[in-house]
Structures are given as structure tokens and as C-alpha cells.
Write a protein of this length. Structure first.
Lengths: 355, 157
């Protein structure tokens, strides 16, 4: 059992990190295509360019060979610890994401999920909140006023949106009466009105919207990038360079991926393919298509990946479309729009469910 | 509330514009990738060192000195170009020519491209049509200042 668990951890981490690595490539290429450019395509191995697919490795080599600079006035231990903290807490979150339905090999049932806690949803929210420590620590330990201000901005923003994020999920928890993520995904396999898959987005459209906006703010990228201030480089990682800065950047991309995974898992059916049961497809208009169980699993993993990549694409599209919010607009959006809306959403959900 | 909804709609429309750009460009990229040639390309980028944009016929690039039919430089070292040059980057040393029709030739003709502002006044001032700026050499980059000081050999070559 330990062996299987280790294998699952390794597989999940490899999937997560490789996909994150290529998110940097996707970000460059997608922004380029949106702006009628070509994008990074010069990184090559022996003349082989492959649309710049080697670019992430070139970036990594560049960052590794940069000087690992720690300012003399910073608190060295915390300054070094901060990027690792924010990296770690996002990395851990992937363990709660189910990739497909349980598979059965030789009488054993193996859930394709590393850590199926019965408070999985709370675990995810807790880990995402702990990521704030990386930001505050990096801002504070840099001993630089601008970095400290950036860290405080980040903390204020993330804590504000944490509220809306949590509240937007309450309606979902009421609809699928469980906090166990695998349970929630399984509940999304049933049908409403006979044909519509019972995905979270159809049962909780407002909750899905609020969750997505709040989660976008949690990734602290451009429409909400006050903490880092990418264009001014006066953010919480002002005193970082080289690989440690790279880790902060990488954490951003990992957060995009985590948000996509959560959006998929909670609101878009996770690994559920519409009308695909364990025996194969059975369409609402009568037809059915029998599939072997391994084929069903392949279908589920594939559809999960497709959904996740779609949401990554959507987030990058948003990042390259909108200008940054002003700080008061940001706080207004969080406290005066999203929080009341999510409270109303809870109320409306309760009313409809009690009918 | 109505105003807020209007703003939301405009925000949404903004992302539709960028999404349209993405899909249209992606469509043409894909067509070109599978070998279907289209007039419109997915990107306006020119891949510079490999592909170069054609220069306009009157584009002012690095100078060259013209030769007579017998191969001698046309320049008669009249110093008009050196006089008109606003950057003061042309230095000419005259020498005597045995041909009484010509009288003077440049012993050295040095253009300091570090200082040249490519105004083209030298070309306009020249009475002999001896200096022109039509070599289409525009990648004037060097690792030292001395490499950008060009003399007769380079200008005539």
C-alpha cells in the first residue's frame, strides 16, 4: 500500500510540476497569439525549435546560474525560507485533487487521489491560506520598506478574498452535502432534469462566478496583482533574484493550475464526462456505448486534463486582457460585491433547497 | 445596479475581443502549420535575422564611395561633404592627382560611423556624385569604437 501511495505522490507531483513548467510556455505563446505576435520560439536543442517548447528549460538554466543574492540587511533564514514556504503550500494542495474514478486492479480499489480527507475542501482552503505566509515573510524579512508594503498589500488582499472564496463554496457544500472532494465529484455524475449533468456550475452558477473571481485574486496575477506589482517590480519579492525569485514566479503558475483544478473539480464535474458511467456512455436520448473499464478511466483522466487546461487558458486570457484594479476598487469588489453576493447566494440556495 | 451590470458587460466584451484575436490567429497559424498557404498570417512578426524587411529605395544606410570607369575614386577631395556634415564625422586628406582634369584625390577618407547621424547631407552636397548611402548595410554593430571608423578601403569596397 505504501508503494502505491508513493507512486501516486510521485505521479501527481510530476504531472503538477511539468504542467506548471509548460504553463509558462503557454502564457508566453497565448499572450503572443492574442497580440498578433509569435512568442518565444528561439530556444533550441541541436537546431530543433518545436515552437519554443524548450523555453522553460532555458529559463530554468538561466535562473539556476544567476547569483543567489541575499541582501546583507535582510533576515537571512526567513528570507531563504519564504519562497520555499509559498512553494510548498501550493504543492501540497494537489494531493486533494482526484484525477479519475477509483480503479480496481486485482481486487484492490485504488482511488486516483493522493489524500482523500473527509474535510478535503477545508484542507485545500487552509493550504491556500497558508501560502500567505510566504508573502508576508518575504516582505518582512527583506527589511525593505517597499517589499514590506508589498507584503502587507498581498496579505490584505488575500485575506479579503479568502472570505468571498470560502463563502462562495458554502452553497456548494449545501448542494453536495459533503466536504470530501471525491464525494463531491461523484455527486456531480448524476443528472438534473434527465439530461443536464449535475455539475456545480449548473447548480451554483453564482457561486461558480464568485469562486472564480475570488480565486483569480488569490493567484495575485494581473487584474489583481497589487502584491507583486509586476510592472513596477515593487512587490513583496523586490529583494529576491535568481532561483528564489523563480520560485515565487513558479508558485504563481502553480496557483493558476490549482485554481483550474479546483474550478474543474468543484464546479465542472472533475473527471466526470457527461453521461459516462462506469459501464460506458448512456445517452439521455436512448443510445448507449459500452466501454471497457480501463477505457473509461482513460476518458476520465483525459477530460480532467482538458478541463484543467481550458481554465488555465481562460486565466491567462484574463491576465492579458485586463488592466490592474486600483487598490480601493479591489477592496470594494471584494467586500462590497463578492461577499454580499455570496451571502445572498447561500440564502437563495437554502430557500430553494427547503422548498 | 444597472450601471454595474453595464460595466460587467463591457468587461466581458473586452475578453471576447482578445479571445477572438486568439482564435482567429490560432486558425491561421494552424493552416500555415499544416501547409495551407494563406494571404493573411497569424502574426505580423518578421523573424529578423533570418527574414529581412525590404528597405525603401531611398533608405539611407552605410555610405560608399563611387569609382570612375578606370577604377579610381570619383571623389575630388573638395571637402564639401566634410563641411556640410552636422556631426563632423568625415575626415578627408587630399593628395595631388597627376591628371590635370582631376587635380585632387583623397589620400584618406575616413567616416566615423559612431558620430554619423545618417542625415544624407553629404550625399546631397557632393558635386561629383562620389558618395552614396545605398549599400543597404543597416546592421552597424561592433564591439569597439574603432571598428566603426571606416576608411577608403571599406568605403570603396
Amino acid at each position: 500500500m505504501i508503494g502505491i501511495l508513493l507512486l501516486k505522490i510521485v505521479l501527481a507531483l510530476v504531472w503538477f510540476l511539468v504542467l506548471t513548467l509548460y504553463l509558462t510556455w503557454l502564457e508566453r505563446k497565448e499572450s503572443a497569439v492574442m497580440q498578433d505576435r509569435i512568442g518565444a520560439n528561439r530556444a533550441q536543442i541541436l537546431g530543433l525549435r518545436l515552437f519554443g517548447l524548450f523555453q522553460p528549460f532555458a529559463d530554468a538554466i538561466k535562473m539556476i546560474f544567476k547569483e543567489d543574492f541575499v541582501p546583507s540587511f535582510s533576515k537571512k533564514l526567513l528570507h531563504t525560507l519564504a519562497p520555499f514556504l509559498s512553494f510548498f503550500f501550493v504543492c501540497v494542495t494537489i494531493s486533494a485533487i482526484p484525477f479519475a474514478d477509483d480503479i480496481r486492479i486485482g481486487g484492490k480499489t485504488i482511488p486516483l487521489q493522493v489524500f482523500d480527507a473527509d474535510v478535503g475542501l477545508l484542507f485545500v482552503l487552509a493550504m491556500l491560506s497558508l501560502g500567505i505566509y510566504g508573502i508576508i515573510l518575504s516582505g518582512w524579512s527583506s527589511n525593505n520598506r517597499f517589499a514590506l508594503l508589498g507584503g502587507m498589500r498581498g496579505a490584505a488582499q488575500l485575506i479579503s478574498y479568502e472570505v468571498a472564496l470560502g463563502l462562495s463554496l458554502v452553497g456548494l457544500i449545501m448542494v453536495f452535502p459533503s466536504l470530501r472532494i471525491s464525494e463531491m465529484v461523484r455527486a456531480q455524475g448524476s443528472l438534473v432534469l434527465g439530461f443536464l449533468p449535475a455539475w456545480g456550475v449548473f447548480l451554483q452558477p453564482v457561486g461558480a462566478l464568485i469562486f472564480f473571481i475570488a480565486a483569480l485574486a488569490e493567484t495575485k496575477r494581473v487584474p489583481f496583482d497589487m502584491p507583486e506589482g509586476e510592472s513596477e517590480i515593487i512587490g513583496f519579492f523586490a529583494e529576491y533574484g535568481g532561483l528564489k525569485w523563480g520560485m515565487f514566479m513558479f508558485t504563481d503558475f502553480m496557483e493558476i493550475l490549482i485554481v483550474s483544478c479546483l474550478m474543474t473539480t468543484l464546479f465542472f464535474g472533475g473527471w466526470q464526462v457527461p453521461w459516462l458511467g462506469p459501464q460506458g456512455f448512456s445517452f439521455p436520448w436512448g443510445g448507449s456505448w459500452h466501454l471497457a473499464s480501463w477505457l473509461v478511466t482513460v476518458f476520465q483522466v483525459l477530460i480532467f486534463n482538458v478541463k484543467v487546461i481550458f481554465f488555465c487558458w481562460l486565466q491567462i486570457l484574463i491576465r492579458w486582457t485586463y488592466p490592474r484594479l486600483r487598490y480601493d476598487q479591489l477592496m470594494d469588489l471584494g467586500w462590497k460585491v463578492l461577499v454580499p453576493l455570496s451571502l445572498l447566494n447561500i440564502l437563495a440556495t437554502g430557500l430553494i433547497m427547503s422548498l | 445596479m444597472g450601471k454595474a451590470l453595464g460595466i460587467l458587460w463591457e468587461i466581458f466584451r473586452g475578453s471576447l475581443i482578445t479571445a477572438r484575436h486568439f482564435t482567429v490567429n490560432m486558425f491561421f497559424h494552424t493552416l500555415n502549420l499544416v501547409g495551407i498557404k494563406t494571404r493573411r498570417k497569424g502574426a505580423v512578426t518578421i523573424q529578423y535575422p533570418e527574414v529581412k524587411k525590404p528597405l525603401a529605395s531611398r533608405h539611407r544606410s552605410r555610405h560608399r564611395l563611387m569609382r570612375r570607369e578606370d577604377g579610381k575614386p570619383r571623389c575630388v577631395a573638395c571637402m564639401l561633404c566634410a563641411t556640410v556634415c552636422p556631426s563632423d564625422c568625415i575626415a578627408i586628406e587630399a593628395a595631388e592627382d597627376p591628371d590635370p582634369e582631376i587635380q585632387k584625390v583623397p589620400a584618406s577618407f575616413v567616416i566615423d560611423l559612431n558620430r554619423c547621424c545618417f542625415c544624407g547631407f553629404c550625399v546631397e552636397a557632393c558635386p561629383e556624385d562620389a558618395i552614396r548611402m545605398d549599400t543597404a548595410v543597416i546592421d552597424l554593430a561592433a564591439t569597439s569604437h574603432q571598428d566603426l571608423v571606416v576608411g577608403l578601403d571599406k568605403l570603396l569596397g
